[in-house]
Design a protein around this ligand. Structure first.
Ligand code: ZN
Length: 251
């Protein structure tokens, strides 16, 4: 990311269900990525330069060059996590360590890059019953909820994601969700890995129009700007170094 330049955002989509399931096509006819991108464009205008990539492109659309030119990667995956090549996963992880932001959406909790960055199973309880979700803001000063203007918002039909969610303790917790069936879930979690900033946001799912929701779009737009790490030095290599001050001889 270069100061004053637009944040380069890539929305990565598995892009599978939208091409084979009529119930998903009905909600996201041009793919989930199209709606997420549209929301970012609408909220952020010239502050971002957006593009999309998907699983069945060469190297899943995640070549070294393309990742180098990406400030923030937004990830949607659900059914085909295991088809993402480990070599590409490693490439994404290293880019995050070196400062690329990652916004992991909904079922991306089980994606290879997210699990690799967390180091735990990232599994959770779930139920697909179209129930009400109430998303509570628990970090009102956080840049990710800037301009939201509410203490909570509701999604009339959502997939329940419930605790226990097997993640490391988040560095910051931004939202917690309540579901009509009684469960709670840490739905908006921040993690720092190397120089990279990671935001996991659970509201989503391919058969509910959640990415059209104005509150959700505001949160994703904020998350993208927040996750674009300012440039700075970082190394992930071990190196021997000379002392800065002269050392007293021992003995
Ligand atoms: Zn889902």
């Amino acid at each position: 990311m270069v100061a004053g330049e637009p944040v380069r955002v890539m929305v990565w989509n598995e892009y599978f269900h939208e091409r084979c399931r009529p119930d998903v096509q009905q909600v996201y006819p041009d793919g989930i990525h199209a709606v997420v991108l549209d929301g970012l464009r609408r909220k952020l205008g010239s502050q971002v330069e957006v593009s999309a990539a998907w699983l069945d492109q060469p190297e899943h659309g995640l070549s070294v060059e393309r990742l180098e030119r990406t400030d923030v990667l937004v990830w949607w995956g659900h059914a085909l996590h295991e088809e993402v090549k480990d070599e590409v996963v490693e490439r994404v992880v290293r880019r995050v360590w070196h400062g690329m932001g990652l916004v992991a959406l909904h079922s991306a909790h089980a994606s290879k890059p997210f699990r690799r960055l967390m180091g735990t199973s990232c599994m959770l309880r779930w139920r697909e019953a179209g129930e009400r979700e109430r998303v509570w803001v628990v970090a009102p000063g956080h840049p990710i909820v800037r301009g939201l203007g509410v203490e909570y918002f509701e999604l009339p039909a959502s997939e329940m994601y419930g605790e226990y969610f097997d993640i490391p303790v988040p560095d910051e917790l931004v939202t917690i969700s309540w579901f009509q069936g009684g469960e709670l879930f840490r739905s908006g979690c921040v993690f720092y890995r190397g120089r990279g900033r990671i935001f996991y946001f659970s509201p989503g799912h391919e058969t509910y129009p959640i990415y059209y929701d104005a509150h959700v779009q505001q949160i994703l737009a904020n998350a993208v700007l927040w996750a674009a790490t300012p440039p700075g030095p970082y190394t992930s290599e071990a190196r021997r170094c000379e002392p800065l001050e002269p050392l007293e001889p021992r003995g």
